[in-house]
Design a protein around this ligand. Structure first.
Ligand code: AMP
Ligand code: ZN
Length: 131
């Protein structure tokens, strides 16, 4: 069974800070910054893009509430809310989870760098990707 399914059903311990019938929020075992939390659905979905619509909406609303709570309790000045999808994006646990990573300042242990790759023709790209 998947490790986060085991955390969700209580068969593996975790430091949970919130739980209800549908989701669990618990401290990431490797705290990138103090208060780093994962929010997961109890039902197994591989990642954000595969998650049931209604459950995803519910989870993201709860992630907002929990994120605000963590900001207030830790005094963090900012936060990353992110979800990795597949190994290519660094996903190491194939059970949908949202990271809440408090930021204390630009020099803390979390470093996310958006480098620019080769220039793109944005008009062509926008046409190709139009939803
Ligand atoms: P990702 O790399 O986006 O898939 O994130 C997976 C996260 O799960 C990592 O930040 C791990 O530190 C965390 N993690 C893995 N196992 C556990 C566990 N048993 N309890 C808490 N966090 C975990
Ligand atoms: Zn799972």
């Amino acid at each position: 069974m998947c490790i986060f399914c085991s955390i969700a059903d209580g068969s593996i311990p975790a430091h949970k800070i919130y739980e209800d019938d549908h989701i669990v929020a618990f401290l990431d075992i490797a705290q990138v910054t103090k208060g780093h939390t994962l929010v997961i659905p109890k039902r197994h979905y591989e990642h954000f893009l595969a998650c049931d619509n209604e459950l995803l909406s519910y989870l993201m609303l709860k992630a907002q509430i929990i994120g605000n709570h963590i900001m207030n309790k830790t005094g963090a000045k900012g936060m990353h809310i992110l979800s990795n999808i597949n190994e290519a994006a660094g996903q190491s646990v194939a059970h949908f989870h949202v990271h809440l990573i408090p930021r204390y300042d630009a020099q803390d242990a979390c470093q996310i760098h958006f480098a620019q790759s080769e220039p793109q023709d944005l008009a062509i790209l926008a046409k190709q990707l139009a939803v």
